[in-house]
Design a protein around this ligand. Structure first.
Ligand SMILES: CC(=O)N[C@H](C=O)[C@@H](O)[C@H](O)[C@H](O)COP(=O)(O)O
Length: 233
């Protein structure tokens, strides 16, 4: 299913070191997000995607994070990871669409194969304007600002809120829907992305990661307590 225009998409992800890791907690997060009005979901790994698919026909952006020290690309880096996520029930495959080194063929082939062989939509996570334009030309269904701040080229923007310049530049340049994602932590920021023409906005940490939310409160109000907590063995 296509992500509807104006949708708030909630990313329900928890890595292995997070107390909420796993399909039981992530499907509960998805239920809470849907009850709150989310119109799409993003999830990582076949177990979480399958558990969420069992709950809903809502669009799911499925990704498969594969970490390998030799390669900087980890979000659905190759066709095998895309197949796993498609079979788990994702209607949209999210992937790293940067031209960085990956364990697999070039991203243009990956996008083409997912569209043709799996018949799925492609959600291209990019970090720059050039990458977004290229992803749209390669056949991506959506272009998203997910990786701005997380590549060597864009590291300077991390910690500075969402990349609104990138959203506006892509909206003006590509004909596919542009999705805003990355560091949206207030409703006002989400509204600002829609004003700039974003088709949808994805919010993760600020809604589904209580550990990071707690940290933010503690850091802002009791930095001494935060130091103590994090230096504990
Ligand atoms: C860079 C990267 O790996 N981003 C990931 C992509 O799936 C997730 O860790 C983010 O939580 C997601 O993009 C949502 O962003 P935020 O949590 O800032 O709302």
């Amino acid at each position: 299913m296509h992500i509807p225009k104006g949708a708030l998409v909630v990313s329900c992800q928890a890595r292995a070191d997070n107390p909420l890791h796993g399909p039981i907690f992530m499907s509960a997060m998805a239920r809470a997000a849907m009850a709150g009005g989310a119109k799409g979901l993003r999830a990582n790994g076949k177990d979480d995607v399958a558990a969420i698919r069992a709950l809903t026909t809502m669009p799911i952006i499925g990704i498969d994070k594969v970490f390998d020290d030799q390669f900087p690309v980890y979000i659905t880096p190759d066709f095998e990871s895309a197949v796993r996520i498609a079979h788990a029930g994702a209607d949209i495959i999210g992937l790293d669409a940067t031209p960085r080194r990956r364990n697999g063929g070039p991203v243009e082939n990956l996008i083409g194969r997912i569209r043709k062989e799996l018949g799925r939509e492609v959600f291209a996570d990019v970090s720059t304007f050039e990458e977004g334009k290229a992803a749209a030309a390669f056949g991506a269904t959506y272009v998203a600002t997910t990786l701005s701040g997380y590549t060597d080229e864009t590291a300077a923007t991390n910690g500075k809120g969402p990349d609104f310049e990138l959203i506006s530049a892509l909206v003006a340049a590509v004909s596919v829907p542009v999705v805003a994602e990355g560091r949206f932590d207030t409703p006002d920021l989400v509204a600002a992305a829609f004003e700039r023409g974003a088709h949808a906005v994805v919010v993760g940490t600020a809604i589904t990661n209580p550990r990071e939310i707690t940290k933010k409160f503690v850091q802002a109000t009791q930095p001494w307590a935060y130091e103590e907590n994090t230096s504990a063995p």
